[in-house]
Design a binder for this molecule. Structure first.
Ligand code: PGA
Length: 251
């Protein structure tokens, strides 16, 4: 039985005050939620500490949206995995397409971030996904396979057991265009098969989340698919009601 996960990627949204309000609202609702679902919120760095404190001991877990490549030192503006972990934060999103697209993240930089995450006990939520052009030209399988092989295949078997993968087709992020449940399933099954080449049976246990315009009204159909174990939610994670509504998609 794989973990069911609904993770909220707040991106560069909410002031600390708004973020705290949002997480309090989520906490109020969690009592009525399905207990088998793991909820993770990923606020900006500025309120990670406060959100981690407020949620400590509750069913909500906290993740960062990135971590530095290096352990410490003269890297102005960076935040290390050690700093993040010291706040009681357990997860870190790595390889989000916005990081790849706007900040030049590559497999090489992501491997370094992965090293830092594992060295500090953070669980990576590693994002993969193709652009519209790559999908339309039929390159989607090669693109996603390379994103997995170049980074996830560098992990040890023991590290891999903790990893979470998120499939986020770039064309579906923030666009309102959601992949059909069948398109999601097709790619999730492909990802699991790819993972199994190196990690064998352990791949059957890896949570693979779908991300890209997930809303309360489409979550149920997507989550019903065999290889979809939850969602990484952007826009809809900024409203407690929608975020919790997506969790109900598992029922
Ligand atoms: P979206 O973003 O739900 O707003 O499409 C998903 C993500 O980028 O993680």
């Amino acid at each position: 039985m794989r973990k069911q996960i609904v993770a909220g990627n707040w991106k560069m949204n909410t002031t600390p005050e708004q973020g705290i309000e949002l997480v309090k609202e989520i906490m109020k609702n969690i009592g009525h939620a399905c207990t088998s679902v793991n909820y993770i919120v990923c606020p900006p760095y500025t309120h990670l500490s406060e959100v981690a404190k407020i949620t400590c001991g509750t069913a909500i877990q906290v993740g960062a949206q990135n971590c530095a490549e290096e352990a410490k030192g003269a890297y102005t503006g960076e935040v290390s995995a050690e700093m993040i972990a010291s706040l009681g934060v357990h997860y870190v999103i790595l390889g989000h397409s916005e990081r790849r697209q706007y900040y030049g993240e590559t497999s090489a930089t992501l491997n370094k971030r992965m090293r830092q995450a594992y060295a500090n006990g953070l669980v990576p939520i590693y994002c993969v996904g193709e652009t519209l052009e790559e999908r339309e030209s039929g390159k989607l399988w090669d693109v996603v396979k390379a994103q997995i092989e170049e980074v996830i295949f560098e992990l040890t078997a023991d590290e891999f057991r903790h990893a979470i993968i998120a499939y986020e087709p770039v064309w579906a992020i923030g666009t309102g265009k959601v992949a059909s449940a069948d398109q999601a399933q097709e790619m999730h099954a492909f990802i699991r098969k790819t993972l199994a080449v190196k990690f064998k049976d352990a791949a059957t246990q890896t949570p693979i989340l779908y991300g890209g315009s997930v809303k309360p009204d489409n979550a149920k159909e997507i989550f019903a698919k065999e290889d979809v174990d939850g969602g990484l939610i952007g826009g809809a994670s900024l409203k407690a009601e929608d975020f919790m509504g997506i969790g109900k998609g598992f029922n």
